[in-house]
Design a protein. Structure first.
Length: 136
């Protein structure tokens, strides 16, 4: 929840930092300015960069925290610490894993969300094996 609130705050700061003096009045004006102005390009770049940082943070604190909490009696803080340590120690592998997860979720969602019925159990099973390999 805290990560979500921080994300909303950052999105607001980026938007108002770029568009405070001349906020578009309609959605079509905003979309037009988003793709045709320098401020719109900056909003896309900064927004994607901040979104990437938040995605990395969310992955780092949860990649093995959930399976660890299910497997062993640990506190949430301990699970997050172990998850961050595993993320830092195996950065290249977990970056590839993150790309695989994004690709499978995108393909699953592309088929009217029905593909998620196949993708999610596969990802859950693979996540369990990833956890077992990362945390001894």
């Amino acid at each position: 929840m805290l990560l979500y609130v921080a994300w909303l705050y950052m999105a607001e700061m980026i938007f108002f930092g770029l568009f405070a003096e001349n906020t578009p009045s309609t959605i079509s004006a905003f979309v037009s300015e988003l793709f045709s102005s320098r401020r719109g390009g900056a909003l896309i770049v900064y927004g994607n960069f901040v979104g990437f940082l938040f995605a990395c943070t969310a992955m780092a604190i949860s990649v093995v925290a959930f399976p660890l909490a299910l497997d062993k009696p640990v506190t949430s803080v301990t699970a997050m610490r172990v998850s961050v340590r595993a993320f830092i120690d195996n950065l290249a592998v977990l970056c590839v894993w993150g790309l695989i997860v994004v690709a499978l979720l995108a393909v699953g969602a592309a088929f009217f969300l029905v593909g998620l019925a196949v993708a999610l159990p596969i990802l859950g099973h693979a996540t369990w094996h990833l956890y077992r390999k990362l945390v001894q």
